[in-house]
Each structure stands twice: as C-alpha cells, then as structure tokens.
Design a binder for this molecule. Structure first.
Ligand SMILES: NC(=O)c1ccc[n+]([C@@H]2O[C@H](COP(=O)([O-])OP(=O)(O)OC[C@H]3O[C@@H](n4cnc5c(N)ncnc54)[C@H](O)[C@@H]3O)[C@@H](O)[C@H]2O)c1
Length: 254
C-alpha cells in the first residue's frame, strides 16, 4: 500500500543520513519530492523524479524561494519534513560553549526550523486539511545529553515550536509532530569529522547499552516515523514528541 500516493513532500536537510533514507522511503510510497539542502551536492543518489533545490534555512529569503520552487513545480504542498540540523562537537557544557557556537546552533537548528515552517505554512494551509509538518528534534529534547548544552536547548526549542504550530493551526487542518531520535548509527556530519574509530566504536557500545532494544538507531527507523506522521495513519495525532530511541528514555541502567 502506497501511503503517500501523489502527496507533495518537502524534505529539508535532504543530504543528511536521515534525509536520504526518508527520500527513498517516501519515493517508494509514491510521494512527489522536493529535496532541499544548504549543500545540494550532499543530496547523493536521489530518487528519480525528485527535484533538488539549494536553501540555507537560516535565511528567510532562501526559505521563501524554496517554497516558491515547490509551488512552481508541483502547485502545492502536503508535507514538510525538517531533517536539517548541526551538532558541532566544540560546543559542550554551559561553561565550555562559546557564544559563536551557541548562536550557530540556535540559528540552524531552531531559527532554521522556524523559518522553514513559517515559509511552508501558507502553502500547507491552502490544502484545507490533511497537511503535515514533521520536525526532527532529538532524545535530547526529552532529557539532557551530557555536555551538549546548546544542541539540547535548540532541540527542546524545536519540540516546543512544533507543539506551538500544532495548537495554533490544528483547526486549520495542519498536524505538526516532532520525532526525537537517539544517537544514530552514524553521528552527525560535524561529529564524524572529528571522532576517531575508537571513539565511534565506544559511542555505539554506550548507545546499545542505553536502549532496552539493545541496538543503535538507524536512519530508516527515523524515516519510518516520518512516514507515519506524513501519512493519514497519524490522522488524529498532533503536537506529539515521538521517541525513536529503542526505549532509552524509559530506562536507567544500573
Ligand atoms: N546523527 C545523530 O546521532 C542524531 C541523533 C538525534 C537527532 N539527530 C538529528 O537528526 C537530523 C539528521 O541528522 P543526521 O545525522 O542524519 O544529519 P547530518 O549531520 O548527516 O546532515 C545534516 C544536513 O543538514 C544540512 N544543513 C546544515 N546546515 C544547514 C542549513 N543552514 N540549511 C539547510 N541545510 C543545512 C547539511 O548540509 C547536511 O546535509 C538532524 O536534525 C540531527 O540533529 C541526529
């Protein structure tokens, strides 16, 4: 069964691991796709027929142009999935976070998500029902992540932004939900650049132990949640914080 037959969906941060997995799954389910990233060269192996556009989500004009390109190409929009996000490892505890890193992280993760949602809303509202916004936060929006102050705060902001959209626009026929993944098998592009193989293996071991399901999160796990929220199967769900973390937030391991 194709859950997104002829639905027009915009995926931001489409060059991310999650973005790539989501584009493939949504294509399998019949969606018409616009894939956006600040660096379109990162959008490798896109599904045939998908459109690709460059947009820096921290720039209001870029967000407006991104949505304008969708209207020109497809004439409307049914779903927005924001997967863009950054996680520079130089930003650590409150004491160890520079103002520059704080501003950068808030700008991309929170302001970028806000501007993308703000630009897409008028087109989504035109559907008069059934349109969706799904943002990616992190399990760091539900609990604290050691030494990741700015990232955690930005993702808690993404969750609250999503709830705000859900409550302000529910009667307009918009559903907005937030997916909160645990650490993915592959860390963010920012972290991948600096982590040694040894640290990567240690990271995977810690995450496996932290989850009752005993494995790390895969991009496909997050893509499946995005499919649920973009499809009619989640038709009575809005404003939710949906953990995709193998149960990690329900367990303290002694
Ligand atoms: N990797 C993890 O362990 C993990 C865990 C929990 C949540 N997340 C979140 O999941 C999402 C995807 O993570 P990932 O690791 O697959 O991502 P990634 O690091 O592989 O890719 C991030 C993408 O965002 C794009 N981007 C960066 N700044 C942008 C901007 N200003 N405008 C537009 N695009 C921009 C990059 O070009 C890149 O393609 C992110 O929101 C991330 O915070 C990741």
């Amino acid at each position: 069964m194709k859950l997104l037959a002829d639905k027009v969906v915009l995926i931001t941060g489409a060059g991310s691991n999650v973005g790539r997995a989501t584009a493939k799954l949504f294509d399998d389910h019949g969606a018409k796709l616009m894939l956006s990233d600040i660096d379109p060269d990162r959008v490798t192996d896109p599904p045939a027929g998908a459109e690709i556009t460059a947009a820096d989500l921290t720039e209001k004009d870029d967000c407006q142009a991104m949505v304008g390109a969708i209207e020109d190409r497809f004439g409307g929009l049914d779903g927005l999935c924001n997967t863009a996000g950054i996680d520079p490892p130089s930003a650590r505890t409150t004491l160890e976070t520079s103002v520059e890193d704080w501003d950068l992280i808030m700008n991309v993760n929170l302001k970028g998500t806000f501007l993308s949602c703000q630009a897409a809303l008028p087109l989504l509202l035109k559907r008069r029902g059934g349109a969706t916004i799904t943002n990616i936060a992190s399990q760091g929006a539900l609990l604290t992540l050691p030494a990741m102050t700015a990232y955690g705060v930005s993702k808690a902001g993404v969750l609250q932004l999503t709830r705000q959209i859900a409550s302000d626009h529910g009667t307009d026929g918009i559903r907005a939900n937030c997916v909160c993944p645990s650490g993915l098998e592959q860390p963010s592009a920012d972290r991948l650049k600096v982590l040694s193989d040894e640290r990567l293996a240690k990271r995977a071991e810690i995450m496996q132990k932290a989850a009752p399901l005993g494995r790390v999160c895969l991009p496909e796990d997050v893509a499946n949640a995005l499919l649920f929220f973009t499809s009619h199967l989640s038709g009575f769900t809005t404003g939710s914080a949906f953990a995709v973390e193998g149960g990690a937030t329900s367990m303290i391991r002694f």
